[in-house]
Ligand binder design. Sequence first.
Ligand SMILES: [Zn+2]
Ligand SMILES: [Zn+2]
Length: 143
Amino acid sequence: MELTDKHLIAFETACKKAGLKITHQRMEIYRELLMADDHPTAEMLHQRLRGRLPSISIDTIYRTLTTLASHGLINRVETAENLSRFEVTLSPHHHLICSSCHTIVDFNWPQLPELPLPREAQEWGKINTTTIVIYGTCAACQK
Ligand SMILES: [Zn+2]
Ligand SMILES: [Zn+2]
């Protein structure tokens, strides 16, 4: 079985668990996001899906992404921009965001969970996840 199929089956199971209906559109949006490695916006997904789903609107895609994100089935990437970017998170990772070309690149920091959090963070409350976002200008944009 292909890896993509495995992820799609896992997604169906997760949808059922979350009480979400499995629709053709939902599956296609998820499949497209699964194959994307650029943390697309709803608009970007719309352009890619239009060939297969000519009647789908940006609004439907955006609503689907928001629903899936609110159930933790996909991840809304926190950026400083007002356009939401999404991804399927197969393993926890952090982001490098270029403020010039808006490219988002994943990076891993396996040592991070071993680092002690500053006191303010520890005393603030219960922490579920720690995600690092680094903003700057990528090497390509510096040229
Ligand atoms: Zn850049
Ligand atoms: Zn990512």
